[in-house]
Design a protein around this ligand. Sequence first.
Ligand code: CA
Length: 226
Amino acid sequence: MREGQRRVLVVEDELTIAESIAARLRAEGYEVDLAHDGPSAVDKAVQVQPDLIVLDLMLPGFDGLEVCRRVQAHRPVPVLMLTARDDETDLLVGLAVGADDYMTKPFSIRELAARVHALLRRVDRSQRPGSTIVLGDLEIDPVERRVRRAGEPAHLTPTEFELLAHLASKPRAVVPRERLLSEIWGWTDPAATRTVDSHIKALRRKLGADLIRTVHGVGYALEVPK
Ligand code: CA
């Protein structure tokens, strides 16, 4: 593997789809590993430590949600989830599982590669070190990418981390959902703002419901906890 080369794990039981994703990503310079069921995906992720996982939802063994849970328990890694139908994507967004982006089949391989680039760029940007942010009992360490509330560590996905850090950079200020969507996800489709909502929901679940205030019809603001 060349230095600086990014490693993507593609988990998909439909072999033709898996192979065409792998071929496209390899052509764009990525190192690609493949897995075709839930258990081997988890093993492979632990073994190769990918920079990103492209993860099909319906898999033999156990499904993509379980893969996501088990892999994220080891270390945070960005996940692009593939689903067979729009309503599955709606369900996942509602559940706020630890995926950073979703695509519904059939999708264009070119679009998938663009989403992979965007996701990795987003993670790189959020890993640029800064100094620790302390707001009341909330502590955000951008170098170690650790978050604590009242001394208790919280395990955030890369996107959740960036969303929190973004809100925390201007505490109490109301940030419109559309702006969060364009600055963190790089998307401009206003219909996609429910993605922001699902990540806010996950942050509240992990850090406490009082931390982020909803300003109806506008966006979100981080409250300074006591
Ligand atoms: Ca499948």
